[in-house]
Design a protein around this ligand. Structure first.
Ligand SMILES: [Zn+2]
Ligand SMILES: [Zn+2]
Length: 349
């Protein structure tokens, strides 16, 4: 890992003020994606996977709808935009296609349709357990790989994902040119290749997942005021202290592994394993945004200056992967803690 991201300390140690929260603390790992050039040996989002040459590449059988964008065009347009962003003064010709981009576009057969049959999936995340120890792999596995189908499916509002665990040492012959779909639903289903700066943090359950007693305590302003004493204690006078708990103290935004789930699109829903009925646990959260807005308390130290502006730099930092789930939501993947081989489930929040 070549860069570091550090979540600012929470403005109050909430488990000290509300001791009943202490046993509910759970580790999570914020992934902090940043556009880069990951290799198959790196943890990444949207990067090349360490995939055995002898193993079939995952495909999605559909049925599909939509698929109006060319994957190759999405990539060319992105690299043009990245060049333009790197030359904000508007260097002449910076938006013109390079010979390589021109060659890619020239090779497209604009009349070609997506071939019938299964669609090759796209890499979404590759996490080595040594980088993200919060993961609980089965057996000897030490690598989590997540892919998704970049097309829409009837009656779903987010990409359909597939999850694989493997042992990195068992991969000797690497698949170097995996098959790719011709078309995608849109740019938002094509993650920008990103390197990661995993950071372990502590989370507490979403307000709506707490007992009635704890919810009552968190809504009681006098409890917060009794704990007042921090230099920046405006939080202690907030009219709705429970919303401060929700936004700043409980569940982190952004791409992360483990921890507690965020709710908001729906109320908390039971997540039972379809195979054995065990309560499932958060595996990976795929998020549209890394934080909610300029000046947000979850913005890491290292990007706080740019993250507190309201310009293009902030927008790029806030949405580094280019992924968008629904209208700006999260896709949560859950795994069975009793048997990691059981199928995962996913929810949009
Ligand atoms: Zn599909
Ligand atoms: Zn199960």
């Amino acid at each position: 890992m070549t860069f570091v991201r550090t979540t600012s300390p929470r403005p109050v140690d909430v488990a000290a003020v509300f001791p009943q929260l202490a046993p509910l603390a759970r580790p999570a790992t914020r992934l902090h994606p940043r556009p880069g050039a990951p290799t198959p040996r790196d943890s990444s989002i949207g990067g090349p996977l360490l995939w055995p040459a002898e193993e079939p590449w995952p495909h999605c059988d559909g049925p599909h709808e939509g698929g109006g964008e060319w994957l190759a065009v999405v990539r060319v347009e992105r690299s043009v935009r990245a060049r333009a962003a790197a030359h904000p003064e508007g260097t002449p010709g910076v938006c013109a296609h390079t010979p390589r981009e021109r060659a890619v576009l020239d090779q497209i057969d604009w009349d070609a349709e997506q071939p019938d049959g299964p669609i090759p999936m796209l890499p979404v995340a590759q996490l080595y357990v040594c980088d993200v120890p919060v993961l609980r792999p089965p057996g000897q596995a030490d690598l989590l790989q997540v892919l998704w189908c970049p097309l829409d499916h009837p009656e779903t509002c987010m990409p359909r994902s597939a999850v694989f665990w493997r042992s990195a040492a068992a991969v000797t012959d690497l698949l170097t040119s995996p098959p790719e779909p011709l078309h995608v639903e849109g740019e938002e289903y094509v993650p920008v290749p990103c390197v990661l700066a995993p950071e372990r943090i502590t989370e507490y359950p979403h307000f709506l997942e707490l007992s009635e007693e704890l919810r009552g305590q968190l809504s009681d302003r006098s409890r917060w005021q009794a704990a007042d004493g921090a230099p920046d204690s405006s939080w202690a006078r907030a009219p709705y202290p429970e919303s401060f708990y929700r936004s700043d103290l409980s569940v982190a935004p952004g791409w992360k592994a483990g921890g507690w789930p965020q709710w908001g699109y729906t109320d908390p829903a039971p997540r039972q394993c379809p195979a054995c009925d065990t309560a499932m646990e958060p595996l990976l959260t795929i998020d549209t945004f890394e934080w909610q807005g300029a000046g947000h308390r979850w913005i890491p130290y290292e990007v706080r200056a740019a993250g507190s502006t309201d310009d293009d730099r902030h927008r790029a930092l806030r949405r580094p992967t280019g992924v968008q789930i629904g209208g700006g939501h999260k896709q949560q993947l859950y795994a069975c803690p009793a048997e990691p081989g059981h199928p995962h489930i996913e929810l949009m929040q």
